[in-house]
Design a protein around this ligand. Structure first.
Ligand code: GDP
Length: 172
């Protein structure tokens, strides 16, 4: 099976996004390590492809050893997956991109993995903030040429766009 993965800092809204996307779909959770919050979870969607839930990053309080474990886990995952067709990098649109988001983005560039930025929780933005969203994300990630999908699990804005983007990544 081909797969697409989802990654972002803790609390970015990843679980909510995954639930919003697969609502009405047939889902089977294929693997996980019980009791481990920081592991890679695979969901088989409609018997067709995997959605991969990568553990969240970016809690400053997390001990260095734990952060290293996270980096090793993600690096191993990104390096070895020839079935990985693309990554959705979630960024909180209210907070804006963090240093860790930038590192993740640089990593994806380094490995040559196609990715799309999903700006989460856009329902929290005023319309003036929403207009500046693309520039804010591009400035934070230091890249003027990013594909960004505004998303809200509250209003479901962006759901169809993300699903279509998944289809296209899987076709490529
Ligand atoms: P995760 O840690 O990345 O899996 O994040 P969650 O999906 O658990 O969401 C973290 C917090 O953000 C929760 O309190 C959610 O209710 C809230 N949240 C998630 N998505 C949205 C959204 O689209 N809009 C708003 N306003 N809040 C959201």
């Amino acid at each position: 099976y081909k797969e697409v993965a989802f990654v972002g800092r803790s609390n970015v809204g990843k679980s909510s996004l995954l639930n919003t996307l697969v609502n009405n779909y047939k889902i089977a959770k294929v693997s996980s390590e019980p009791g481990k919050t920081r592991s890679v979870n695979f969901y088989l969607i409609n018997d067709k492809f995997f959605m991969v839930d990568l553990p969240g990053y970016g809690f400053a309080k997390v001990p260095f050893k734990e952060q290293k474990r996270w980096r090793d886990l993600i690096e191993k995952y990104l390096k070895e997956r020839d079935t990985l067709k693309g990554v959705f990098l979630l960024v909180d649109s209210k907070v804006g991109p963090t240093e860790k988001d930038k590192q993740m983005k640089d990593w994806l560039d380094f490995f040559g993995i196609p990715y799309v930025v999903v700006a989460t929780k856009v329902d929290k933005l005023k319309s003036s903030e929403k207009q500046k969203l693309k520039r804010k994300v591009e400035e934070g990630l230091k890249d003027k040429n990013l594909e960004i999908i505004p998303f809200s699990s509250k209003t479901r804005e962006g759901r169809v766009e993300v699903l279509k983007r998944i289809e296209r990544l899987l076709e490529a």
